[in-house]
Design a protein around this ligand. Sequence first.
Ligand code: DAH
Length: 346
Amino acid sequence: MFEKLENLKLKFEEELNDVNSNDELEKVRVEFLGKKGLVTEELKNLRNLSGEEKKNAGMKINQLKSYIEKAIVDYQKVLEEKEYQREIEKSERYDYSIPSIKEIGTLHPITIVQKQIEDKFKTMGFIIEDGLEIQTEYNNFEAVNIPENHPARDMQDTYYLENGQILKTHTSAAQNTIMKKYGAPKPGESLKVLFPGRCFRNENLDASHENTFFQLEGMMIGEDISISNLIYFMKVLLTEVFERDVKVRLRPGFFPFVEPGFELDINCEICGGSGCPTCKHSGWLELLPCGMIHPNVLSMGGIDPDKYTGFAFGLGLTRLAMMKYNIKDIRLFNSGNIKQLKQFIK
Ligand code: DAH
């Protein structure tokens, strides 16, 4: 009896070894555990036994049954793994006889504009900083004067990570860290920093809204920095990018981290000002919000607002690239469409 069970076990193991698919596995299961399966029959045969013998045999058969059940479940995982390996092998099969395609890469249009501005600002003494993309809520909001429950947070809904950190909604998120890193400038000197970066917002996508976009922020802090410094640098920036005179307008704008705050709009280059979907039919595009850094923001950054002033601007880099290259739909930038992007090779 026990020898028979031992042989059944060996037979099962041999057959299982040859199984290559779920169907085959099911066949083996039925053969051993099905209604008329080999193990099931053994259980049925128990009725011919009695007493101690029946008890011992019953125990052994049930042990074998459980062993087979577990082995089948385990083998299913082995099959999944085999299937996975087969898929990988398939995808790694190259045809080395195909001639290679010479595809020369190009800088992304946003990178081109970013570098252009960085180069110009470096010559004017600006340091280039690289802000983090994953930020604390403190840096992104509180430190730039947007406390919890402030309505400005509604407009900057973003992606929250499980650890409570967020994908930054604007480059201003780096202001506090930068102020703390460099501290107040020495007498007669100023702190000038440029910090471009990728930003994220929970947006409804259309021709002018993306959930991922680039900004370029700048800051200048010193003992007597004024709005004239701000206007001067903004003009330099736009002349540099467009390499010609562009029409701009300045209007008051509210941002919790600047006081006073401004919106510098640029005439829509796509429609020439007559109105199109990109400029929401207004003829103008908000391009350069800016202002004098709010005293709260300076003091949170460890800089004495009674002694120092400064300006900040947050340029919509993606939008600027759209203007410069006459790109009508913001979604093109993340599309990876090489035909479109190649036009910008310098
Ligand atoms: N952080 C603002 C935004 O994304 C842009 C901005 C406005 C930045 C004014 C500034 C500023 O530095 O002064 O909406």
